[in-house]
Each structure stands twice: as C-alpha cells, then as structure tokens.
Write a protein that binds this ligand. Structure first.
Ligand SMILES: Cc1cc2nc3c(=O)[nH]c(=O)nc-3n(C[C@H](O)[C@H](O)[C@H](O)COP(=O)(O)O)c2cc1C
Length: 490
C-alpha cells in the first residue's frame, strides 16, 4: 500500500483524522488506512461505496473535503475539542513518571491537540520512542545533531512551531539546566530557544524536590515566567519513600494546559491577588507541633479559580498534602510568623483572601531538642503566646489591598462571630463556615472534606449559599471578587 504522509494533509483533514484516531485508539496513519479499507471493502454500505471512496480519497489527498466519520467504522466523532488546533511540544525527561507522559499524549490528542515530542536520552531508558511515536503519530525528536531534522536548524523550528512547551516529567536535571541556561542536548536547547510559554510538571524523589538547589532552581524558573503544575504528595515508586514529588496526574496537566492556552478575555487580568491556605504548624520541639484540621482544599481551589479568571495569584500555603494549584505562584511556609512575613512581602496587591486556618497560639519558645518523658516528672507545661493576626494586620495595613476577604470557621454563633470579625479585622467581607461537630469535621465535613456551605457576611447583610463542592464555592467566590474589584477604588 502507498505510504500516507499525514503531515502533508490539510489541517481540517488532519483534525478529523486525529479525533477519529484518538477515538479508536490508533495512530492517524492507521486510521487513514482503516478508512480507505472500509470504503474499498464497502463496509459503509454498497450504495454509498463509490461516494465513500471518493470522499475518503479526496480527504486523504488534501482536497479540503471532510471524510464522513461513518467511513471510519465507529461512526462517532469526538466532540471534546477543547484543544483543537493547539500544538503542544511535549518534552519527556528521564524519570519513572515518564510512563504517565504516554497517557498525557492520549489525553491531549483526545481533545484535538497535536503533540510533538522531544525525549531526553534518559527518558528513552524509561519509555520507548516507538510507544511515544505511535501515540503522537509523529516522528519523535531525540537528537540535537540529527542530520535529517537539523538541515534547517530544526531545534529552533521545533521550539517556535508549538503554542506551548510542556515538560513532563520535569526532572531535577532539566529544571537545573533551564534555570542556569544550559543547552547541551535537544530538550534543553529547545527550552532555551523558545519564544513560547513553558509549563513544567516536576517529578522526583521528595529529597531531590526539597533540596535547596532544586528550590533555588524552581524559584528562578518561576521568576523567569515558567509555569508549574504539581508535584503532589504521595507514595514514591521507591519503597518506603513518600512525600512531595509525585508528578501531577495527566488530567491535572491537561487542565493547566487548557488554562494557559485559554485566550478569552478575563475579568481579573492584570490583578494581583494574595491567597493564604492550609493550616500552620507551631513547633513544640523539633518533632512535635500544634496544628488544626485544615486541608488547604478550599484555599487552593480559590487560588486556582482566581487564576482561571486571569489574576496573578500569589498563594501562601501552610503544610498541606495537596499539589500547588496550576498557574499560581506558591510560597510554602510552616508557621504563622512565616505566613505573616510572606504575605507582607507580597504587598501591594489588589485583593487578599485569607483562607488559611492560622494557629491562634504558639509555644513561647520551642525546645531545641526533643522533650523527653522523664519518669515521675509528669507532662511538661507549655506556655503559649498569641500569634500575629495576619488578617487584621493586612486589613489595617498602610498598603491595604483594595479588597480584603477573611474566612471564619466557627463551631458556634457563626454569624455573630463573623460579624465581629468583620468589624475588628478591617475586612470587606467574611466567608463564614460552620465547623461544628455535626457538619464540620472529618472526610465528609467542611475541614478535610470536598464540600462546603458558606455564608457571605458583609456590612450590608448575610448571603447564604447552598452547599456546594469546594471548587464551586471557589468559582463563585472568584466571580464575586471580580465583581467587587470592578467597583473598588484602589
Ligand atoms: C530508576 C531511576 C529513576 C529516576 N527517577 C527520576 C525522577 O523521578 N526524577 C528525576 O528528576 N530524576 C530521576 N532520575 C535521575 C535522572 O534520570 C537523571 O538525573 C538524568 O540525568 C535526567 O536526565 P534528563 O533530565 O536529561 O532527562 C532517575 C534515575 C533512575 C536510574
């Protein structure tokens, strides 16, 4: 059978082929062959046969007419075209999570994106160019000095012909190379040469991720405008290793890509918004601390929802077990004092949303060594002192943002406590939630769970929202903030 060069087909035909191929789990070339075979064998019905062959061949030779989906056999056309016409250049780094990149390619193509892939040498130790090429239906690029690809300086073309560069998994090594401007293989050269946005999905051992060198590299990359999705906390492939370093799941990466490529006008474009999230840890000694049940789910969802509306979101997060939201710049802190400093360093801002459950008290001085249990001495008494009130501090700050939103988690007298907080702290409104024993604690409650029921308490009254998923609360709150900011004079 004559060879079919997919690259030479019309874009419209390529799109159709891509969607059908994704639907049927095969390459675009296999899909094209199946269409021709089905038409020639008359599987589409004798009466339609000639017409079918004609349409199919016309489509495949690029004359601009769409082939009928029925000729593909399945007869069903995918409509999940959220990334139609988008060109993704995926760079796969050498880590165990490289296998997830295969699913990522599939998910992107399901949504109509074309995916070109660059693999590092190390990546090829984990997954083969054969699998990657079959899933992307394209040549896989691996070599900077490839005589065929580089006759027209292909690495520059590769870096420019995409709408977005995605590095998944982003190894510690690839992050270090880009942060320091190295270009000694195809992946790093393309990353340095591109004029397009870059999204990194890091994946590595928790010790590698928390190493000061990786932290420095990440901060430098963020400063250079590189976006990050993940990593999340969880079990590592290595036995007995757990912590922060797991690559974000393919669908989370897809969501981050969709957000980065979404060019619709956004109501919060150009606005800088600070969000705090999660609990704080107040140390008693090097191994013990005081904390609360906050999971960070609501604060992180709000940060993500504000970013979706175009805001430049600066999230200050206490210790949580969930991934940093995509498209948001996150600072990690442990204690209330660190959170206060991080927030104040981020001022000025257009708005600040204080979702974090900051510990009200800390020990007067944390012990330098682990406090030992001594027989006959009884438990130690802890002297507690008050933590700084971050919401009140910013609510009355000389650089107070135009809009200040606080959260109140109360187990009793929800509204009166929220009203008192509103007055005392200089907030514009308070999002109050009931964390009493009946509704508040545990996996199905507000703290730790995925749903929330809030009331918006402002000087003009109390608005009760129905119970919703935390993502829905976040989306609605982001819209309310966008609305309020339109009327705020800064
Ligand atoms: C079994 C194995 C697993 C590895 N997993 C990771 C990983 O998850 N993340 C990472 O940054 N490096 C990992 N490495 C180390 C990288 O493969 C190594 O740093 C390599 O030089 C990265 O090359 P690249 O950045 O060009 O892909 C792993 C190495 C081995 C042998």
């Amino acid at each position: 059978m004559a060879s079919i060069t997919i690259r030479n087909l019309d874009d419209e035909v390529k799109d159709l082929l891509r969607q059908l191929a994704a639907e049927n789990g095969c390459s675009m070339e296999e899909q094209a062959r199946a269409m021709i075979r089905a038409a020639v064998e008359g599987r589409a019905g004798q009466a339609d046969r000639i017409d079918q062959i004609e349409k199919t061949l016309r489509a495949l030779t690029g004359s601009g007419q769409q082939a009928t989906p029925a000729s593909a056999g399945s007869g069903k056309l995918s409509v999940r075209g959220t990334l139609s016409d988008r060109r993704i250049l995926l760079i796969i780094g050498g880590g165990i999570a490289a296998y997830k990149a295969l699913d990522l390619i599939r998910r992107l193509r399901e949504r109509g994106a074309s995916v070109r892939v660059v693999m590092t040498g190390a990546a090829q130790e984990f997954v083969t160019t054969l699998s990657v090429g079959a899933l992307s239906s394209d040549h896989v690029f691996t070599d900077l000095f490839d005589r065929n690809d580089e006759h027209d300086v292909g690495h520059i073309r590769l870096s420019r012909e995409a709408d977005l560069l995605v590095v998944a998994p982003a190894t510690a090594d690839l992050m270090a190379k880009l942060a320091n401007g190295h270009a000694n293989d195809l992946a790093s050269t393309v990353l340095l040469a591109t004029n397009k946005k870059v999204l990194m999905a890091p994946a590595m051992n928790p010790k590698m991720w928390s190493h000061p060198a990786t932290r420095r590299n990440r901060a430098a990359l963020q400063k250079d405008g590189i976006a990050f999705v993940g990593p999340a906390r969880g079990e590592m492939a290595e036995s007995n290793e757990a912590g922060e370093g797991r690559m974000a799941e393919p669908l989370e990466i897809v969501a981050a890509i969709e957000a980065m490529l979404d060019e619709k006008p956004k109501p919060l474009s150009g606005r800088r918004i600070i969000v705090t999230s999660g609990p704080t840890h107040e140390p008693i000694d090097p191994v013990r601390y005081i904390t609360n049940r906050s999971s960070g789910k609501q604060g992180h969802a709000i940060a993500a929802a504000l970013a979706k509306l175009g805001a430049d979101v600066r999230l200050v997060s206490g210790p949580v077990n969930i991934a940093d939201p995509a498209g948001v710049t996150t600072t990690h802190v442990e204690t209330a004092a660190e959170m206060k400093d991080a927030v104040e360093n981020l001022l000025p801002a257009d708005a600040a949303v204080f979702v974090a459950a900051v510990a009200d008290w800390r020990t007067a001085s944390a012990a330098g060594e682990k406090i030992k249990k001594v027989a006959g001495e009884g438990p130690p008494s802890l002297k507690m002192v008050e933590n700084p009130d971050i919401l009140a501090g910013v609510g009355h700050h000389i650089k107070r943002p135009g809009l200040v939103v606080g959260f109140a988690a109360e187990t009793q007298d929800l509204i009166s406590n929220a009203e008192a907080k509103l007055r005392k702290k200089g907030a514009d409104f308070i999002v109050a939630n009931d964390v009493s024993h009946e509704s508040g604690i545990g996996p199905s409650g507000v703290m730790g769970g995925d749903r929330n029921k809030v009331r918006i308490v402002s000087r003009t009254g109390v608005e009760e929202w129905p119970e919703m998923g935390k993502d829905e609360v976040a989306a609605r709150l982001a819209e309310l903030i966008a609305e309020r900011l339109q009327t705020v004079v800064v």
